[in-house]
Design a protein around this ligand. Structure first.
Ligand SMILES: Nc1ncnc2c1ncn2[C@@H]1O[C@H](COP(=O)(O)OP(=O)(O)OP(=O)(O)O)[C@@H](O)[C@H]1O
Length: 244
């Protein structure tokens, strides 16, 4: 089953083709890792799935209603100096379906508290976003998507600059969310995270996409030295989409 599929999709940026002949289905109730070198088109594909970039050719077939689609960009792309507390941020997850002006009911607040407890951030409920660590901020942002009851969840490097405990909490939460039926796409650069999280993999390289199993990728790349010690494994620029 798939509520999201790509049909001979061609995408361009600044008049240059970035991706072409992209086909395939993202599995419902599963996590797909989107991998590829810098500039391979991961953000471009996400923008297109979110309806923010019109295809040059082909199409994105998405049956998830807009209010159930959530996109979490890279942390660096977010302005979190906005004066808002953790709880206030999480409650905004009701806006896409409930509206921003109606206020919240007791059930919303109860659900918000459950989500904060699940993410281990109850004690931060009234803390302004600007005073959070990277990991705390990422938990709050994921909390907002849980509040939204997102059925399609796109996350761009959600584990960048977050502590290991947060990685563990978020891995469990995302796996549970997929188990409950959501379609989740996660941009990842780290092979270990991919092995813990992903059910399926879409590799972008050379302007094309190729689907692979996490196992085939691990078999091919595990054990290879990382580009720089202590840095997460970065998929090499030379990764050939046709050879995995
Ligand atoms: N707004 C833009 N105008 C022109 N070219 C762009 C624009 N945004 C991206 N590009 C180009 O499109 C290509 C794909 O970029 P994209 O950001 O999708 O790659 P990415 O895989 O997400 O990279 P990264 O891992 O660095 O985030 C790159 O060559 C990039 O320079």
């Amino acid at each position: 089953m798939s509520r999201l599929q790509l049909e001979d999709l061609q995408l361009a940026r600044g008049g240059q083709t970035v991706l072409e002949h992209l086909d395939g289905r993202f599995m419902d109730g599963a996590i797909t890792a989107l991998v590829g070198a810098n500039g391979s088109g991961k953000s471009t594909l996400i923008a297109s799935i979110m309806g923010m970039l019109r295809p040059v050719a082909g199409k994105v077939e998405c049956q998830v209603p807009k209010e159930r689609c959530a996109w979490l960009p890279q942390q660096l792309a977010l302005d979190l100096t906005f004066p808002m507390s953790v709880e206030e941020l999480i409650m905004t997850g009701t806006w896409p379906s409930h509206g921003a002006l109606k206020g919240y009911c007791a059930a919303h607040y109860r659900r918000g508290r459950e989500i904060m407890a699940r993410l281990g951030i109850s004690s931060l409920a009234h803390r302004p976003l600007g005073e959070l660590s990277g990991g705390q901020r990422q938990r709050a942002l994921i909390g907002r998507t849980l509040m939204q009851e997102a059925e399609l969840l796109l996350l761009d490097e959600p584990f960048a600059n977050v502590d290991i405990e947060t990685v563990n909490v978020l891995t469990d939460v995302l796996r549970d969310t997929a188990r409950q039926g959501a379609t989740i796409i996660v941009v990842l650069h780290d092979l270990e995270q991919l092995s813990r999280l992903a059910d399926d993999v879409l590799i972008l390289a050379g302007g094309h996409g190729r689907w692979a199993s996490p196992e085939s990728l691990l078999e091919r790349y595990a054990g290879q030295p990382a580009k720089a010690p202590r840095l997460p494994f970065i998929f090499p620029d030379t990764l050939d989409a046709g050879t995995v």
